[in-house]
Design a protein around this ligand. Structure first.
Ligand code: TYM
Length: 333
């Protein structure tokens, strides 16, 4: 019998337009890992509603993200690709795990503090509970590995703490997950403010490259990217954050190492370099966009993928939930 593959879990929220940060920090890595692992990839719509969403837009973005996963190279025949709200066990486990999580630790989460400041008129319980729902996502599938960007590291730590806490209170129930955070690409920065993370919800859209941006927009944004003083094209994230960010982006899209990229542009000026990065990114995005549009024209196919994905996911999730319910003492018939 074949050895059991290890399990991989990750998700993206269907909010705003995805950026190349989401692609390079997360989805691109999922594609290269999908053959080695048993994979569950979710569309985290329950996380998305912690910030107010327009209902029609949320529905549209959910389907659009499913098409994007496949267009990026996720194979729905190998992985369970599903919508979080379609598997009830996420909310059910979240409730149980809430009783193993302290209010103080949730209040200290960086993302909670940032989002509370940004949405001061809507600091809802869901926003605070966000990391517990994320722990439930991961732990339901007994995930060994969780490939994410740098910004999710703190949430992953909490998921590990909750898993250990539960295991210690009862008996081993959850696999304690490990993050997979890449050296290059885990924090793609804003092109206008290279000290800041590139974000889906940035106020200035010129600093973010959206996966839906057309060729001219991509090239224009890269031409305007902030570079650093001096003229050398060298990786030095401390002193040259702008150039280093562009080198990372170029390296990941071209498949060349940072050193190879430095050599390639050793005799180029910033202008020439920025144009080359822009063209490389635009060349990489255009087939993804075409494929995504093709898939979106076949809603029935996408619905079928999501239905199958939810059924596969629910089988694993309900097995874990059953164990948890039994251990905590819920009466079983
Ligand atoms: P979300 O939707 O904010 O981001 C999706 C993924 O993209 C990564 N990312 C980045 N990586 C590199 N550079 C950037 N500038 C950048 N911006 C975003 C994020 O780290 C993430 O991996 N809470 C998660 C979704 C989620 C989840 C989960 C993830 C829900 N449940 C369970 C893993 C496991 C989130 O908000 O991602």
């Amino acid at each position: 019998m074949e050895d059991r593959k290890k399990t991989l879990y990750s998700a993206v929220q269907p909010t705003n337009n995805l950026t190349i940060g989401n692609y390079l920090g997360a989805i691109k890595n999922w594609v290269s890992l999908q053959n080695e692992y048993d994979c569950f990839f979710a569309i985290a719509d329950m996380h998305a509603i912690t910030v107010r969403q327009e209902p029609a837009e949320l529905r549209r973005r959910t389907l659009s993200l499913a098409a994007l996963y496949i267009a990026c190279g996720i194979d729905p025949d190998k992985c369970a690709l599903y919508v979080q709200s379609h598997v009830a066990a996420h909310a059910q486990l979240c409730w149980a795990l809430n009783t193993f999580t302290y209010v103080g630790e949730m209040e200290r989460m960086t993302q909670f503090k940032d989002k509370s400041a940004k949405h001061a008129d809507n600091i809802n319980m869901g926003l605070m509970d966000y990391p517990v729902l994320m722990a439930a996502d991961i732990l339901l599938y007994q995930a060994d590995f969780v490939p994410v960007g740098q910004d999710q590291k703190q949430h992953l730590e909490i998921a590990r703490d909750i898993a250990r806490r539960f295991n210690n209170a009862y008996s081993p129930t959850f696999t304690v997950p490990e993050g997979i955070i890449m050296k290059v690409g885990a924090k793609i920065c804003d092109l206008s403010e290279p000290e800041k993370k590139m974000s889906k919800s940035a106020e200035n859209p010129n600093g973010s490259i959206f996966l839906s941006d057309d060729r001219d927009t991509v090239i224009r944004k890269f031409k305007r990217a902030v570079t650093d003083s001096g003229s050398e094209i060298k990786y030095d994230s401390e002193n040259k954050p702008g150039v280093s960010n562009l080198l990372s982006i170029y390296s990941l899209f071209s498949g060349k190492s940072i050193e190879e990229a430095e050599r390639e542009f050793a005799n180029s000026g910033y202008g020439e370099f920025k144009l080359a990065v822009g063209e490389t990114v635009a060349d990489a995005l255009s087939p993804i966009q075409n494929e995504q549009n093709k898939l979106l024209a076949d809603k029935e196919y996408l619905n079928g993928v999501l239905k199958r994905g939810a059924e596969t996911a629910a089988r694993t999730a309900n097995r874990t939930l059953g164990k948890v319910y039994k251990k905590i003492g819920f009466y079983q018939i």
